[in-house]
Design a protein around this ligand. Structure first.
Ligand SMILES: Nc1ncnc2c1ncn2[C@@H]1O[C@H](COP(=O)(O)OP(=O)(O)OP(=O)(O)O)[C@@H](O)[C@H]1O
Length: 240
């Protein structure tokens, strides 16, 4: 297991968000976190990324326990994953090249030529070519911005990729193109991908397994076909 969540309890003030949430994510799967609005999907994602507290239980990610993790281990872990947040979150005042090069400049001692080669390689992995290198984010379509964000997230050879609502804001055609990209990345680069999504097509096309959060707990964990067979109420609610 690459990620294990055990009995997670989350509170904000008096309000309980998760009460005993447990799940495991296997290597090289696309794993979905589903649930209604406010069910705690984003909070769960942020907890795994060390961006949000939890009040009980523990996560184990790539062998590190997140409870009481040291600064040093937290940094080591941050270098092992890539993240794409909902609105691509590119630096608007940097070019595409600069956006993708940032983690390479910050965390490696590579020379300029190697950085250029790597940026180009990551851009191609994400389905773009050198013609966009000198453009600024505002000059790109929404779908292209997401691709640049993916290229940046994978700059450091991450094996874990977290995506928060990656198709939100995209038209249906670009959303399906994005699904293809995610599938390609998974199979070509042995990535494990964790995805929060509302997009029913993406759920059907992409997810190997998923959890559904409901009433502060995991109401379902398994595959699309298993949900269809085992729980028609949740299937209707989330997949139809
Ligand atoms: N920092 C915070 N302080 C207080 N409450 C918070 C905080 N972050 C999230 N919450 C609350 O936790 C609950 C779960 O939020 P979360 O953003 O995880 O929901 P979600 O399942 O991702 O919903 P959506 O699909 O609408 O984005 C919400 O009720 C939200 O108001």
């Amino acid at each position: 297991m690459i990620i294990k969540a055990q009995n997670i309890l989350t509170r904000f003030g008096d309000k309980i968000i998760h009460n005993g949430v447990s799940f495991s994510i296997k290597e090289n799967e696309i794993f979905g976190i589903l649930g209604g609005s406010g069910s705690g999907k984003s909070v769960l994602l942020k907890q795994m990324l060390l961006l949000e507290h939890f009040d009980g239980g523990d996560y184990e990610i790539l062998g590190y326990s997140l409870k009481n993790i040291s600064e040093e281990n937290a940094l080591a872990l941050r270098l092992k994953w890539g993240v794409v947040f909902q609105f691509a979150a590119l630096f608007s005042f940097f070019s595409v090249f600069e956006n993708i090069a940032i983690p390479l400049k910050e965390y490696t001692k590579l020379d300029d030529e190697s950085i250029f080669e790597l940026v180009l390689m990551k851009l191609k992995m994400a389905g773009l070519d050198e013609s966009v290198l000198s453009l600024y984010p505002s000059e790109l379509s929404g779908g292209m911005q997401k691709r640049v964000a993916i290229a940046r997230a994978l700059a450091l050879d991450s094996k874990l990729l977290f995506l928060d609502e990656p198709t939100s804001g995209l038209d249906p055609h670009s959303s399906r193109e994005f699904d293809h990209l995610v599938l390609n990345l998974k199979s070509s680069f042995d990535l494990t991908i964790i995805l929060v999504t509302h997009d029913k097509e993406s759920m059907k096309n992409l997810l190997n397994r998923f959890i559904i959060l409901e009433d502060k707990k995991v109401a379902f964990c398994g595959t699309y076909d298993e949900l269809k067979e085992q729980n028609s109420r949740l299937f209707k609610k989330f997949m139809e």
